[in-house]
Design a protein around this ligand. Structure first.
Ligand SMILES: [Zn+2]
Ligand SMILES: [Zn+2]
Length: 342
């Protein structure tokens, strides 16, 4: 990749059709966006696999447009052939032929966010127990301005750093994690916000936090806060932006070019006392594997499926066949094992 020669280009055009709607007040509009991004939609595994495939094809097309041949080839090869260890109804393990490790690759991003989950979940539990704090999911947004993605990201992160230095924040929060989500609004302006898992010492008035956020940003007071009842689900919700930090399917070539010009844009981090707490815990790759993953690592053809005991067989699929295979699994009645002809 020839990243150094690429300049950061700001695109202000947005070619997508905008749903016609009566224009709500700016605050309502932003609050809705926040809620919408938090809620997410529940899709089946086959739908998600199909979306990943489309996202990758889109990225490959953009890379070719930019004459980034090496990147296009890498993305095209990543997860293009898969060895799927399956009983016909469950998938015990998927081994890809190649992983590209490109930061916007949806397949590689998924693996990264799974790693973060397995690393941080036990740390969070230990931290909560040790400090008697409760987790909340906080979304901090900022006003949309005509600026580059880099500027937009720097602005929200700087504001957050300022916030964490204020006495109000220190009084109520003991640390946590942040991840970045970046989209564009209908005017093509960057809509960058932070998803924070904050470990709260005690309850506070949300209006006070709003005032604090306004004080550090100068013009933004829109935030959203909800308690996290299920830590694993809360963490999963936040780290999913590590695998999907940007609205890639709405990307144009100029957006990809801009992204390639941003080196080392961090998508996830820790802060406050939680950051120090994590420092002593750099897990090895083995530690970062979930129990199921380390269990399935030793599985080979002929072993019993961990979920139903039926014998596992090795199915070779191309990338476009994986969504179809998920569909077949989703539509097969429980108890019935289908053996593929592959
Ligand atoms: Zn990849
Ligand atoms: Zn099974």
């Amino acid at each position: 990749m020839n990243q150094s020669t690429l300049s950061t280009v700001l695109t202000t055009s947005d070619h997508l059709p905008v749903a016609s709607q009566s224009k709500p007040s700016p605050q309502t509009y932003l609050d809705k966006r926040v809620t919408k991004s938090q809620r997410g939609t529940k899709r089946t595994r086959s739908q998600r696999a199909r979306e990943r495939l489309q996202t990758k094809e889109h990225l490959v097309g953009l890379a070719r447009e930019l004459h980034e041949g090496e990147l296009a080839d890498k993305l095209d090869r990543c997860h293009s052939r898969l060895s799927v260890l399956t009983c016909g109804r469950h998938i015990a393990r998927i081994i890809p032929n190649f992983t590209c490790e490109f930061r916007l690759c949806p397949d590689c991003g998924r693996r990264r966010s799974r790693k973060l989950q397995t690393k941080y979940l036990p740390l969070m539990k230990a931290f909560m127990l040790h400090n008697k704090v409760t987790p909340v999911h906080l979304v901090l947004t900022q006003t949309h301005r005509k600026e580059s993605r880099k500027e937009s990201v720097a602005r929200v992160r700087n504001s957050f750093t300022k916030l964490t230095r204020r006495s109000f924040w220190k009084q109520y929060f003991k640390g946590g994690t942040w991840s970045l989500e970046s989209a564009k609004d209908k005017n093509g302006l960057h809509h960058t916000h932070l998803h924070i898992i904050g470990f709260r010492r005690k309850f506070f008035d949300i209006e006070l936090l709003r005032d604090e956020w306004l004080a550090v940003t100068g013009d933004s007071h829109v935030l959203h806060l909800k308690p996290i009842l299920d830590l694993a689900a809360g963490l999963q919700e936040v780290v999913k932006y590590v695998s999907k930090p940007l609205d890639i399917r709405r990307f144009g070539a100029a957006d990809l070019k801009e992204f390639l010009g941003l080196k080392n844009m961090r998508m996830f981090g820790t802060f406050g006392e939680f950051r120090d707490f994590c420092k002593g815990f750099e897990p090895s790759d083995d530690d970062a594997m979930s129990e199921l993953e380390s269990l399935s690592r030793d599985l080979v053809e002929g072993c019993a499926c961990p979920q139903c005991n039926a014998p596992l067989f090795d199915l070779r699929l191309s990338k476009s066949e994986l969504p179809q295979f998920y569909e077949q699994i989703e539509s097969s009645p429980p108890g019935k094992v289908r053996r593929s002809s592959h």
